[in-house]
Design a protein around this ligand. Sequence first.
Ligand code: PLP
Length: 395
Amino acid sequence: MVNQYMYGIGSKRSVIREIFEYAKARGAEVGPENVFDFSIGNPNVPAPDCVKEAIIDLMNEPDSTKIHGYTSAQGDLEVRKVIADSVNKRFGCSVVPECIYMTVGAAASVTISASALYEEGDEFLTFVPYFTEYKVFVKTAGADLKVVPTQDKTFQIDIDAFRAAINEHTKGVIINSPNNPSGVVYSEESIKKMCAVLEEKQAEYGKKIFLISDEPYREVVYDGVEVPYLVNYYDNTIICYSYSKALSLPGERIGYILVSPKIENWQDVYFAVCGAGRALGYVCAPSLMQKVIARCEGSTSDVSIYARNRNLLYNALVEYGYECVKPDGAFYLFVKSPSGDSYEFYERGKQHDLLMVPSDDFGVPGYVRVAYCVQTETIERALPSFKKLIDSYRD
Ligand code: PLP
């Protein structure tokens, strides 16, 4: 009666959502202050003032149809000009407004990009650990997602494994740095080596292999770490950007796709992006939010709050004896299970009302993800429970 695949993904919540819902129910039982919900990547840092100011100002526009009407399918040209200028200024490139397509966030950007590129038999690759929804995004396009192992412990790109994973069916590689769930930022050295392998493989198979850079966390980085802008490293690049985390606007659904104008015949790729957006029924990105982000381009939420949370949590957990890579970006800590089993660790954490996400769905067993985009005070109050939790393995 209904599409069984759609029924499957619609009736079964993602493991993250499942835990998030459990946290709410458990909070109602024992008091929300006694539940330490580290499950979901919902930014706790407020949006910068420019967001509110822009919304109020736009609401005072006498002709509301200019604010709430449909924009062109690819987005308001003025907005795309602002974005193109900002990208060119920040990253020293020469992109044009005509290569930008406004979307409802990174999820849509990746889904549209995969659908735009997919041809019969194509596969997409991504590195572990990876954002769980990639499987859904790629499957929507009709393709298979193949996962590539990364280096032990550091989760940096393993070049030999990457080279071995590419085959004649590889249409694109989805890369996410700063990474959800590990917090790792791929080093410039790794990026250069990865791009060299892509060039080598394109030559070997005589076809384009695209790099799809999913970057909702580009602005969430610590200690001055640089995130290489992939348009400057590899011609066949598509950037999937989102304001969800940078401006703390995840519920407002706004982002964009940037098709690199260095792609040979990039307009063809751009038109396929427009077609995929149309076929998926997106019509246009929210008009008000397009205009808001144009006024806020270049601003970010206060990332220093995430930095403070990272330092507090990482330093304490390492001192207690936990193993985890120090995140350079995003707002997640990927913590190794003391028993080696992620579900056992998750269940044991739950007994202390510490809610973390088991890692298996991220493509790596044996870890949990701790989302520290919460009040600093929540982390402070949760630390004794983290201590008790690791001590329980020693008893
Ligand atoms: N990609 C990654 C790696 C994410 O972590 C998320 C959200 O958490 C998304 C995409 C989706 O982001 P958006 O809210 O912009 O659709």
